[in-house]
Design a protein around this ligand. Structure first.
Ligand SMILES: C[S@@+](CC[C@H](N)C(=O)[O-])C[C@H]1O[C@@H](n2cnc3c(N)ncnc32)[C@H](O)[C@@H]1O
Length: 458
C-alpha cells in the first residue's frame, strides 16, 4: 500500500532546513519526508511552496525567509548575471568550505562506511574569485541579437553576460571579444530547437602563467561565414592569442565538442606551467581549470606517494601527463594511461619539453591497459588514479587489489564515487589513511579530494 505523503503539490508550508544536497539545495524534513528547496540553508526557517512531490522526496520553492543563516550572502539582482554556474552563490566562502568539508565526511561515512577516517580541514583559496582558466559558453539569439553566457539553472535559456566572477579576466575578455566580432560579422547563432544556424559555443582557454590564449569556435556547419575576417579580427583584438581552433559539432546533442577539429591559425597548443613543469595543452585535452589549487592538489598527491626515487609508479587517467611528470621527478619510472589520444600526444610532448625520460604513456582505457600490463608481469609500487566523475571502473579496482601496490593515491572530483571505490579497495585489503579535500571550484558545489591508502596496519 502506498503511504500518504505529508505534503501536496501547491501547499504552502513552514519549514526549517537541516542540511544541503550534493548540489547545494536546502533539505527540510516534513514528518521525515525530505523536501529539496533551491537556496535554503541549514538553520534557516522559511515559508516554501511545494512544486513537485515524488515517492521518496519532494521539491519546493522558497517564498519567504523568517530566519537567515549567518552564512547567507545576498546578491543584488543587477549582479546576478556574473554568477553563472555558481550553485553556492548565496553562501559566504567560509560557509561553502564548511559545507564541502562536511559533505566529504558524510558521504565517506554513508557510502564508504568510513566513519572514523582522518579527513583534514579543506584547503580553500586566499582569493576565491577569477580562478577558471577555461570557459565554454553557449551561443543563442535574443531579439535578433547574438547572445552568449550561461544556461539559466535547470533550463536551456541562455543568460547573456559580459563577465563571470569565477573566470580569469583574460578568459572573460576573450569570450566577450569573440562574441562582439561574431555579432558584427552577423554570424548566425545556433538555434537548438530547430537545429539550425551556425555558432554553438565559444571556448577560451588561458595559460595562467604564460598568458597565452586559445580560442575555439564550435559550429554546427563545416563552413563559418566570414571565416577569414573572423580570424583576422580575433588576432587584431586579442594580442595574446596563440591558437585559433574550429570544432564542428553537427549533432543534436548537449555534448559541447563535436567530431571534427581543425587548426584555423597559430599553434595547435598553448603552454602553461604548474610549478616549474611546462605543459602543452590542446583543445580536446583535459587540463585542470584552477591552476592555483592544482599545484596544491598535486603537491599533496606527491607527498602521499612518498617516493624515494626507486619506485615504479602507474598514473591511471593521466590526461596530458600532469601528475605523471610531477611524480617522474621523484621515482624510477612512471607509466601513464589515458583514453583520449590527443591528450597522450600532449603528454609525450610534455615529457620531451621538460627533458623527462623516465615516463611512458599509453592510449587506452585504464581498465583494459592496466590489467593487460599486470598479466604481462608488470606491477607498480605506487598507483595513482584520477578518474572522471563516474569513478574507477570495477575491472581496474580488481587489478589494483591483485597487483597490491604498497600505496594507492586516489584523486577524485566526486566524493560519492570516491567513497564507493574506497570501500571496494578497503574490502580488498587496503586502508584509507588520510583524506585531504581541496577546494578547486569555489562557489560551485563541486569538491575535489586526494586520498592516501596503503596495505597493512593503520
Ligand atoms: C579528472 S581527469 C584527470 C587528468 C589528469 N590526471 C590531470 O590532473 O590533469 C580524468 C581523465 O581521465 C580520462 N579518462 C576518462 N575515462 C577513461 C578511461 N576509462 N581510461 C583512461 N582514461 C580515461 C579523461 O579523458 C581525463 O583526461
Amino acid at each position: 500500500m502506498s503511504r500518504t505523503l505529508p505534503v501536496k503539490k501547491n501547499d504552502y508550508i513552514d519549514v526549517e532546513f537541516e542540511d544541503l544536497t550534493h548540489d547545494g539545495a536546502g533539505v527540510a524534513k516534513v514528518d521525515g519526508y525530505p523536501l529539496f528547496v533551491a537556496s535554503g540553508l541549514p538553520g534557516e526557517k522559511a515559508k516554501v511552496k511545494v512544486i513537485k512531490t515524488g515517492k521518496s522526496y519532494g521539491v519546493g520553492r522558497l517564498i519567504e525567509l523568517y530566519e537567515k543563516s549567518p552564512y547567507r550572502v545576498d546578491i543584488p539582482a543587477s549582479e546576478k548575471h556574473k554568477y553563472g554556474g555558481c550553485q553556492l552563490e548565496h553562501i559566504s566562502y567560509e560557509g561553502q568550505l564548511k559545507y564541502k568539508e562536511n559533505q566529504v565526511r558524510q558521504v565517506l561515512a554513508r557510502i564508504g562506511k568510513l566513519d572514523d577516517v582522518q579527513v583534514h580541514p579543506i584547503i580553500g583559496m586566499d582569493n576565491p574569485w577569477h580562478y577558471r582558466n577555461k570557459a565554454q559558453v553557449p551561443v543563442g539569439e535574443k531579439d535578433g541579437k547574438l547572445i552568449a553566457g550561461f544556461f539559466k539553472p535547470r533550463s536551456h535559456e541562455i543568460i547573456d553576460t559580459d563577465e563571470s566572477l569565477i573566470q580569469l579576466p583574460e578568459v572573460n575578455e576573450a569570450i566577450q571579444t569573440v562574441k562582439e566580432i561574431c555579432r558584427k560579422l552577423e554570424i548566425p547563432a545556433y538555434d537548438e530547437e530547430a537545429h539550425k544556424g551556425v555558432l554553438r559555443h565559444i571556448m577560451a582557454r588561458c595559460g595562467r602563467q604564460t598568458g597565452e590564449l586559445m580560442v575555439v569556435v564550435i559550429t554546427r556547419t563545416e563552413d563559418i561565414p566570414h571565416k577569414n575576417k573572423l580570424i583576422e579580427e580575433i588576432i587584431a583584438r586579442l594580442p595574446k592569442v596563440k591558437s585559433i581552433i574550429h570544432n564542428v559539432n553537427s549533432k543534436r546533442t548537449n555534448v559541447i565538442l563535436g567530431e571534427k577539429t581543425t587548426l584555423l591559425w597559430g599553434s595547435e597548443v598553448i603552454y602553461d606551467y604548474i610549478g616549474d613543469v611546462k605543459f602543452a595543452i590542446s583543445a580536446l585535452s583535459f587540463y585542470q581549470i584552477n591552476p592555483v589549487q592544482t599545484k596544491v592538489l598535486y603537491d599533496k598527491a606527491l607527498e602521499y606517494a612518498g617516493l624515494s626515487g626507486e619506485e615504479s609508479v602507474i598514473d591511471a587517467y593521466c590526461g596530458i601527463g600532469t601528475i605523471s611528470l610531477f611524480l617522474a621527478q621523484k621515482s624510477s619510472k612512471v607509466f601513464g594511461v589515458e583514453v583520449v589520444p590527443e591528450a597522450i600526444k600532449d603528454a609525450r610532448r610534455n615529457a620531451d619539453l621538460n627533458g623527462i625520460t623516465n615516463v611512458e604513456f599509453a592510449v587506452g582505457q585504464a581498465e583494459v591497459v592496466i590489467p593487460k600490463w599486470y598479466e604481462e608481469g608488470n606491477a607498480a609500487d605506487v598507483l595513482v588514479v584520477d578518474p572522471p566523475r563516474k569513478g574507477c571502473d570495477a575491472a581496474l579496482l580488481q587489478t589494483i587489489i591483485e597487483m597490491k601496490p604498497k600505496k594507492v593515491v586516489y584523486v577524485s572530483c566526486n566524493p560519492a564515487t570516491l567513497a564507493r571505490d574506497l570501500r571496494i579497495l578497503e574490502d580488498g585489503g587496503y586502508m584509507t589513511l588520510e583524506v585531504q579535500p581541496v577546494d578547486m571550484f569555489p562557489h560551485t558545489s563541486h569538491v575535489e579530494c586526494v586520498v592516501l591508502m596503503s596495505r597493512g596496519e593503520k
